[in-house]
Design a binder for this molecule. Sequence first.
Ligand SMILES: [Zn+2]
Length: 271
Amino acid sequence: MTNGWPRNGDYPDDPVIPRQKVIAYRITDSKSRSAKIKVMLACGQHAFEFTGNWVLEGMVDFLVSDDPRAIALRQNAEFFVYPDLNPDGRYQAIHGLAFQAAQDPNVGTNLRMRGNPEIYAAGERDHNRLWETNGKFSTIDLFKATWLKDTGGEAEYFWDIHGPQQTGNWRTPRAEARTNRYAEALMQREPEVIRCGPESGFKVKVAAGPPGKLMLYAMSGQGLRVRYPYIYEPGGWTMERLFDSGRNLMLALYDAIGDRKSGAANASLLA
Ligand SMILES: [Zn+2]
C-alpha cells in the first residue's frame, strides 16, 4: 500500500488520496524446471498515460493464454509484472483532473507532468527522472526494494511502457538492444512503430539521457542489471490496436527466444 495523501491546505479543491494498492505479480509455468530468463513489465509512471495499460493488458492476456507460443514462453521465462508504478498519481489522474497543486505555469496544462503530490512537494515534475534517488520518494524506494527481492537484482528484459505518442515508438539506452534478435523481431511484428535512433532520426536525443530515467537505472548495475532495457510509447491507436500491440511485443519475444524444446531458441540469449 502507498501512504496516501491528506488534503493540501493550499489547494482545498484537490482531492484527498486514500492509501492505494501497489500491485505486482509473476507469470510463469511453475512446473517447468528449465532455467528461465527474467522479463520485467512495468507501466504507469506518467499517471495520465492510460493507454500504456492497454498495451500491458494485451501482453498479459497473451502470456496467460493457451496459445502454444505463450505456453512456451511460460516454460522458458518468468514475467514480473508491475502494472502501476505511480499509484497515487494514477488516483489523482482519475479523480482530480483539476489537480491545482500540480499546475505548473512553465508547462501549462501538460498533463504528463501531473499527478503525484509527493513529487511536486519536492519541486520535481517528472516521475521518470527520480530513479537515482534514495529515501526521498516513497514509491520509488518501494519498487527498487521490491525488484531486488523479486528478481535477485538482474533480468534479461525490462519494458517500461508509456502512453500515446505521435508517432508510436520504442527505444533503448543500450546499443546492443537496438540491433539484437529481439529488436529485429519487434520491427517485423510492429513495422509501423518507429525505432528511435540514428537511422530514423526520431527522438535521437532522448535515446539515452537525461539521468534518473528508469531504463538507465535498470541497466546501471546499482541494483538491477538489466541486459535489454526498453521503453515503449505506443501511437494514439484504438483500444483493440493497443491490445494487439502488447501481444505483438510478446510474440516478438517468442520469435527471439523461441521454444528451447523445439530447438528454435537462440541459445546465446538463454545461456
Ligand atoms: Zn510517459
